[in-house]
Design a protein around this ligand. Structure first.
Ligand code: HEM
Ligand SMILES: *[C@@H]1O[C@H](CO)[C@@H](O)[C@H](O)[C@H]1NC(C)=O
Ligand SMILES: *[C@@H]1O[C@H](CO)[C@@H](O)[C@H](O)[C@H]1NC(C)=O
Ligand SMILES: *[C@@H]1O[C@H](CO)[C@@H](O)[C@H](O)[C@H]1NC(C)=O
Length: 338
């Protein structure tokens, strides 16, 4: 009794929102749309924004951390909140434990706070996958970057995929591998270069650059593409046998601002990660990704416009919209009823 009376309004909301989206897209297959919550949770965007601004007061890094969660969610069985599920022995092998996330992905308590605020205003309506998409846009906007209309209507998964999370793009990947990992989720080279521009803010641990400083590709030499002054700077911050988790700015010029400086850093051979500098300096980048880096380095407007488009493209990776395959989680960490 109690469960049917609490689930009926939520189900009605789901159907209403779905109808609205279908009307607007005019198709039979459910697609994401900007106004998905306009009738069911009209204040969703502002509620998310309020919680993020509050969190940022005690954590300047949180905006960067949150956009990264959306990336790590979308690349693993689509944007379905699978990243947010905690482990349950024998049932959920949490993606949070996969190497690209373990000791690295952060911001989960803030996602919980957003979810709690939304449940308070519109219970059972806004998915955790959509929370990550909204938080990503708001984080960029509040850091000085572009705005875009976030497409909404994703449902949350009931499963996680540890193996796929372990295969996320790696900082040690070369351009060929990066291109393939993006292509595998339907993203092209322009998306790869534009989305990598998110490394214009946030932090990165020393362990991801030590090989470039001391033993690149097993040569016992530094990465020859790394600017010598920047190498000296990073060597002081990340000494050999230093603390692997020590933090650095991904963009030391403007560490917390969303701007085009990431690309200017690449032009100066000051990319932090191997995967960053590859976009400009790999032999295979010439005539392919390097000209895109050049274009964004010379025009912030071009970068911002394309970043917004590429974020929409990334947000469109295999969304779950079929109510028989997904749900609106009440707690982003747990499948409903578990
Ligand atoms: C192209 C392939 C990519 C690779 C190999 C990569 C790798 C990494 C690594 C290793 C870190 C540092 C993690 C740590 O030290 O704990 C990082 C941080 C970050 N990444 Fe990426 N990344 C990629 C693409 C992206 C994309 C597509 C986005 C978002 C659109 C993104 C946003 C971020 C942000 C904002 C941070 C800083 C997070 C924080 O301060 O908490 N990255 N990335
Ligand atoms: C995550 O890292 C911690 C600390 O390094 C380690 O104890 C734990 O086993 C790791 N989790 C998984 C699932 O590998
Ligand atoms: C890129 O890395 C892959 C996997 O390690 C390797 O097979 C390939 O030869 C590399 N390509 C280049 C151009 O270095
Ligand atoms: C450098 O890397 C190579 C290959 O990974 C490894 O065999 C060698 O021991 C490393 N050198 C040092 C000084 O760690």
């Amino acid at each position: 009794m109690a469960s049917s009376s609490s689930s009926r309004p939520a189900m009605a909301a789901l159907v209403m929102a779905a109808l609205l989206c279908l009307q607007l897209t005019g198709g039979a297959t459910a697609q994401l749309c900007e106004d998905y919550y306009d009738y069911t949770c009209p204040d969703a965007y502002n509620i998310v924004k309020r919680v993020l601004i509050q969190a940022h007061k005690s954590d300047v890094r949180i905006y960067a951390s949150l956009i990264r969660l959306h990336f790590h969610d979308c690349f693993v069985q689509g944007c379905d909140g699978s990243l947010l599920l905690d482990g349950v022995r024998g049932v959920i092998n949490s993606e949070k434990g996969a190497p690209p996330n373990n000791g690295s992905a952060r911001g989960f308590p803030v996602v919980d706070a957003v979810k709690a605020a939304l449940e308070n205003s519109c219970p059972g309506v806004v998915s955790c996958a959509d929370i990550l998409a909204l938080a990503a846009e708001i984080s960029v906007e509040l850091s000085g970057g572009p705005r875009w209309g976030v497409l909404l209507g994703r449902l949350d998964s009931k499963t996680a995929n540890f193996a796929s999370a372990s295969n996320l793009p790696s900082p040690f990947d070369n351009l060929t591998v990066l291109e393939k990992k993006f292509k595998d989720v339907g993203l092209n080279n322009v998306d790869l270069v534009a989305l990598s521009g998110a490394h214009t803010f946030g932090r990165v641990q020393c362990q991801f650059v030590t090989d470039r400083l001391y033993n690149f590709s097993g040569t016992n030499r530094p990465d020859p593409t790394l600017d010598p002054a920047y190498r000296a700077f990073l060597s002081r911050r990340c000494p050999l046998n230093g603390i692997p988790s020590a933090l650095n700015d991904l963009d030391p010029t403007t560490p917390d601002t969303f701007d085009k400086n990431y690309y200017n850093n690449l032009e100066a051979n000051r990319g932090f990660l191997n995967s960053d500098q590859e976009l400009k300096s790999a032999p295979l980048a010439q005539g392919v990704t390097a000209p895109i880096v050049d274009r964004f380095a010379s025009s912030q407007a071009a970068f911002f416009a394309r970043f917004a488009q590429s974020m929409i493209n990334m947000g469109n990776i295999s969304p779950t919209t079929d109510p028989s395959k997904g749900e609106i989680r009440k707690n982003c960490r747990k499948v409903n009823g578990s």
